[in-house]
Design a protein around this ligand. Structure first.
Ligand code: HEC
Ligand code: HEC
Length: 628
């Protein structure tokens, strides 16, 4: 039994690694482009477009409106940075052994490739061009590279999945946006952070927590005048049961503004209207005079154009008129370290009324944005297109749609992916499935009090990887299959009635998800510590329930974790594939780390026998579990 089990584990691992080596067979075979990042050359004549599925960078001439060349990349391109003179283009390319491709823009060729960490993204050049910073997303670190010799200068830790970055114009501070909250989901405040790095010393400076419920941070920019930092994210109202969607009851959509000089949070402003959400805020850009901020809404297929002068005036006057109620003397200390906000602005739907225009785009899923003069170019991920929005033509905002390639037939799988990310199937467009299941249908790290298992017992969002292969669904196993959970999600979380074929397409998409190789692997293999942990996994009894290649017996057990209304409850054994990516752990996300799960939260040895293990053994066991 023991050896058979281990062999199956190994077989699964090598299967995953093969997939990783090929970079995900299924997806790369699809003919789509999927534009995911954009950068404009300073004169604005040329745009470079990172096309994720096509694995290439397209060169786009803004005068002729045509793609003039494409340059292949060794893996999915995730981000772009261009030198001030426009001569070199740095392209981050995904994968566990990520790469930075340095391209010569004059010849449209690959000049050299530099090594990076796990899934590098968001490359940023220092203003003098001497340093390049890259977010190693799944290593939770930021890599600094000397651009002259291509050597690594330092690695600085960020918090959790850094995916966005920008540098102040004086080159002193690098601001980094973390996609997800870290830590326990039952903490007083659960939110993603902005990490600040001292660029001169290449050292960590501080983290700025966003307001409670902030998750799914997608972009971050420094305004061209260097005064502000803007970050786009979801502001989840996870502390209330998901009984309705009216007035942003479940998820709202926000931009947080940081004072770049004082390194302090100024305000978080909602992008939604009272009866119409602005779901999945994504890419950000400012006009060069720092007067307008543009935000794309990937879920509602729109561009918001915000008048910043008017916005700051409104924040000021709002604060003055509410000064009597505000506990903080200094308006700028609005909410430090996740404290209660003295200002009520983050709860004001339609705060942007009169200060912002919502421009409807013709393509789907605008995820990248670049401003050239008075034109905003928005790249639309699912329609292989761009929309050029003429901002000089306010408030009409003339739009021109540009096809980046031939029209392709949409497979059922792709249709499902589109629907999963589309808030227009949701009542009043407040959220898409990806609002709670971000970055390829994983998890937002928050607890939600969904109604399927009663009220007052929140559950940590589950990743949907392997959901269809590991019935039953939901941690309580209350739905017999993921198919049933998908249909329940549409009806009871999106408050929508949709045709069956849409649910079936979402099933196809979710079934196509593939695990990302763990950052705990060493050259694709278990580390020494993890190999020791493999034995412990057997000895402590984990494999009894977490059995087989997917590490689950697909049954329910009481492992002594249930509390409150869930006291004494059985839970469905979850798969352990990709748990390295889905902290916090247990049904209510109480355990911030694997170590905590194995010690503090297993006091009676009901969840495997771990109380007699030494600290080193706990570390080894955790290393094994986190390697899958
Ligand atoms: C408000 C946040 C939220 C939204 C929006 C949301 N989900 Fe979920 N989803 C959750 C949470 C929380 C769980 C885990 C709950 C549990 O286990 O009891 C979950 C679980 C699931 C599961 C079960 C996974 C498993 O393996 O057991 C599926 C399938 C699922 N969601 C699909 C969807 C789909 C499809 C959509 C869009 C129609 C969607 N979800 C929208 C929060 C959300
Ligand atoms: C008796 C069956 C059983 C045994 C033995 C067992 N587990 Fe579990 N495991 C479960 C169940 C059921 C849950 C869900 C509990 C919850 O959410 O509170 C779970 C949850 C987990 C989780 C959390 C996953 C997540 O996404 O939140 C991890 C990690 C885990 N187990 C690892 C282990 C390890 C390591 C061992 C051995 C020390 C072990 N389990 C032993 C049944 C078992």
């Amino acid at each position: 039994m023991r050896t058979r089990c281990l062999n199956r584990v190994n077989a699964w691992m090598s299967f995953c690694l093969t997939l990783a080596g090929l970079g995900g067979i299924g997806l790369s075979a699809e003919p789509y482009l999927s534009p995911a990042a954009l950068v404009a050359e300073s004169k604005g004549k040329t745009l470079y477009i990172a096309e994720a599925t096509a694995r290439q960078v397209a060169v786009f001439d803004t005068e002729t409106g045509k793609v003039t060349a494409t340059i292949g990349t060794p893996a999915e391109p995730t981000g772009l940075a261009l030198t001030g003179d426009g001569a070199l283009l740095y392209v981050t390319c995904g994968g566990p052994q990520g790469k930075i491709c340095v391209m010569d823009t004059r010849t449209a060729t690959l000049r050299r490739t530099l090594p990076a960490g796990h899934t590098p993204t968001a490359p940023v050049l220092s203003p003098d061009g001497k340093s390049l910073y890259v977010c190693n997303r799944f290593d939770n670190s930021v890599l600094a590279v000397n651009t002259e010799d291509g050597k690594e200068v330092a690695k600085v830790l960020a918090l959790r999945e850094p995916v966005a970055a920008d540098i102040t114009p004086d080159g002193k501070w690098l601001y980094v946006g973390n996609l997800l909250p870290h830590g326990s989901a039952i903490a007083d405040s659960v939110a993603c952070n902005i990490s600040i790095i001292d660029a001169g010393k290449t050292a960590f400076d501080r983290d700025i927590p966003l307001p409670n419920g902030s998750t799914g941070l997608q972009d971050l920019i420094v305004s061209p005048d260097g005064r502000f930092v803007f970050a786009s994210h979801i502001l989840a109202r996870y502390t209330v049961p998901t009984t309705q969607l009216e007035r942003g009851w479940i998820n709202t959509n926000a931009v947080t503004i940081i004072d770049a000089r004082r390194k302090r949070l100024i305000e978080t402003v909602l992008l939604d209207d009272v009866d119409y959400g602005a779901a999945n805020p994504w890419a950000l850009a400012c006009t060069s005079d720092s007067k307008y901020l543009c935000v794309t809404h990937a879920g509602t297929h729109e561009l918001s154009v915000i008048d910043l002068t008017a916005l700051f005036e409104k924040i000021q006057s709002y604060r003055q008129s509410n000064a009597a109620h505000a506990p903080a003397a200094d308006a700028y200390s609005a909410y430090s370290a996740g404290a209660e906000t003295p200002s009520d602005i983050p709860n004001e739907l339609s705060f942007l009324y009169g200060l912002r225009n919502r421009v409807k785009l013709s393509g789907k899923a605008p995820r990248a944005l670049a401003i050239v003069g008075q034109t905003a170019y928005v790249a639309e991920y699912f329609t292989d297109s761009m929309t050029a929005v003429d901002m000089s033509d306010r408030p009409r905002f003339k739009t021109t749609s540009i096809a980046l390639g031939p029209k392709q037939e949409i497979t059922v799988r792709r249709k499902g992916e589109i629907l999963f990310h589309d808030a227009s199937i949701c009542f009043q467009a407040w959220q898409s499935c990806s609002s709670c299941h971000p970055s390829g249908a994983r998890a937002d790290a928050l607890n939600w009090d969904l109604l399927n298992d009663g009220l007052g017992n929140p559950k940590n969002t589950k990743s949907l990887l392997l959901a269809h292969k590991t019935p039953p669904a939901m941690i309580t196993g209350i739905r017999e299959s993921a198919e049933a959970a998908v249909r329940a999600g549409i009806r009871h979380i999106q408050f929508a009635v949709r045709p069956e074929e849409e649910a079936a397409a979402i099933d196809e998409y979710l079934k196509s998800l593939e695990p990302v190789p763990s950052p705990y692997l060493r050259n694709g293999k278990l580390s020494r510590s993890a190999r020791r942990g493999r034995k412990l996994f057997e000895e402590t009894g984990c494999a009894k329930c977490h059995e087989g290649p997917l590490f689950t017996d697909m049954r329910k057990h009481n492992v002594g974790t249930g509390e409150g209304l869930d006291q004494g409850r059985d839970f469905d054994t979850p798969t352990l594939i990709e748990v390295w990516r889905t902290s916090p752990y247990l049904y209510d996300g109480r355990a911030a780390s694997m170590e905590e799960l194995l010690t503090k939260y297993n006091p009676q040895d009901k969840h495997g026998v771990t109380s007699n293990l030494t600290e080193d053994q706990i570390r080894d066991l955790a290393a094994f579990v986190l390697s899958h």
